[in-house]
Design a protein around this ligand. Structure first.
Ligand SMILES: [Zn+2]
Ligand SMILES: [Zn+2]
Ligand SMILES: [Zn+2]
Length: 144
C-alpha cells in the first residue's frame, strides 16, 4: 500500500509479499460476480502465476467476510463460497444460520434514525453493524 516502504525492504520483505498476494486475491474476487470457493480462487490465481498459498486465501476470505466486504454461503457439498458484496455502499445482511445464504438488505429509515439518535446524544463518528440471522425457507423445510 505504501510505496515509500522500499528502504526498509529487508525488514518488510514478508509483509510486501503478503500485500501483493492480498491485492491479487482482491482483484480476483472483484473480477467475478459469482460465488467461488477458496479452492476455485486458488486455482485461478495459480493459473495466473500468482504464488499464493491456500491457507492465506482461506484466512483472507474469512477476514474479508467478517469485515462485511464479502458475502458468503455454503455450497451443497459444505464448502464455503464467497462473493464480492454487490455494492460498496454501506448495507446490511440477512444471513441464514443453516446454510449461510446471505441476502443484502437496507432497513428503511434505519440510517437516518441511527444518525438522529447519535446526534441527539452528542455522539459523532458513529458506526454500526447489523446482521440479522435466522433460518431460510430451505433450511426450515429440512428441519421439519
Ligand atoms: Zn453484502
Ligand atoms: Zn438456509
Ligand atoms: Zn447501516
Amino acid at each position: 500500500m505504501n510505496t515509500s516502504a522500499k528502504n526498509t525492504h529487508n525488514l518488510l520483505a514478508g509483509g510486501e509479499r503478503a500485500t501483493k498476494q492480498k491485492k491479487a486475491l482482491a482483484e480476483m474476487i472483484d473480477s467475478s460476480d459469482s460465488f467461488q470457493s477458496a479452492q476455485d480462487i486458488f486455482a485461478s490465481l495459480r493459473s495466473k502465476g500468482e504464488n499464493i498459498g491456500l491457507t492465506t486465501i482461506y484466512s483472507q476470505l474469512k477476514l474479508l467476510a467478517a469485515q462485511g466486504e464479502l458475502d458468503y454461503m455454503k455450497s451443497e457439498s459444505g464448502e464455503t463460497l464467497y462473493r464480492k458484496c454487490s455494492t460498496v455502499q454501506h448495507h446490511h445482511h440477512l444471513v441464514c444460520r443453516g446454510c449461510k445464504t446471505t441476502i443484502e438488505i437496507e432497513p428503511p429509515g434505519f440510517e437516518e434514525w441511527a444518525e438522529k439518535v447519535a446526534r441527539e446524544n452528542h455522539f459523532s463518528d458513529i458506526s454500526h453493524v447489523i446482521e440479522i440471522t435466522g433460518l431460510c425457507e430451505k433450511c426450515l423445510s429440512h428441519r421439519n
